[in-house]
Design a protein around this ligand. Structure first.
Ligand code: GDP
Ligand code: FE
Ligand code: FE
Length: 197
């Protein structure tokens, strides 16, 4: 299946829509995630169209205003506790409703992978892992440990999910920032993969 069959829009049309709701820098990032997701799909025997599309759309809601997220939480009767978080958590967990409204995405696997692309889950499908890891290692990323993360991603997606989650938890704790409970669940489910040789 193609991007068009999942959304009703061609890739060109989707690029225009995605570009129109974000900065040039973030648009480059989502193109990088699309490419990295396709690569990881090839490596792991997953549908490249589905992975690429999820990568292209994963940060669609990133620049949506806080007010709009709070309205979506009410509109779709999501857990009110979500209101205590911020854009970092909302753009995935709540952003999927904006993506469905604007882009007509209905595929449950794609929607789920975008929903959890920031916080992960203790139960991740292959597509969920591909999007989560592609977001971290795409070629425009340049934080200190990205080279190591890229090497691990070529070896094992589970290990790459573990590496990324450990670093994210460390990074948040180091800054004394709150950690979303589902992020901790992801950490607990995946940390064992870093213990293996
Ligand atoms: P991006 O959207 O491409 O920048 O990447 P992500 O969606 O993966 O992450 C967005 C931001 O959320 C990053 O700054 C992460 O450090 C942060 N983040 C990830 N997990 C959590 C969490 O559990 N709690 C909080 N407060 N922030 C998180
Ligand atoms: Fe994101
Ligand atoms: Fe991203």
């Amino acid at each position: 299946m193609t991007y068009e069959s999942y959304t009703g829009f061609s890739r060109e049309e989707l690029l225009e829509k995605v570009q129109s709701v974000m900065s040039e820098k973030r648009f480059k990032h989502v193109l990088g995630v699309e490419k990295a997701a396709i690569r990881l799909a090839e490596l792991n025997g997953y549908d490249t169209e589905k992975a690429g599309l999820a990568g292209l759309l994963h940060d669609y809601a990133k620049e949506l205003a806080d007010e709009a997220f709070l309205e979506l939480i009410d509109k779709y009767q999501l857990d009110p506790a979500l209101k205590n978080w911020n854009n970092n958590v909302w753009h995935g967990m709540v952003g999927i409703y904006k993506i469905q409204e604007d882009l007509g995405v209905t595929d449950k696997d794609i929607i789920r992978s975008i929903e959890i692309h920031t916080v992960g889950s203790s139960q991740m499908t292959l597509l969920d892992k591909i999007v989560y890891v592609a977001d971290y290692i795409e070629h425009n990323r340049n934080f200190p440990l990205v080279a190591e993360a890229r090497v691990i991603a070529e070896q094992s997606l589970d290990k790459a999910v573990a590496f990324e989650t450990v670093r994210t938890v460390e990074h948040l704790a180091h800054q004394a920032l709150p950690i979303f409970p589902q992020t901790i669940e992801t950490y607990n489910a995946f940390c064992k993969y870093l213990k293996e040789d």
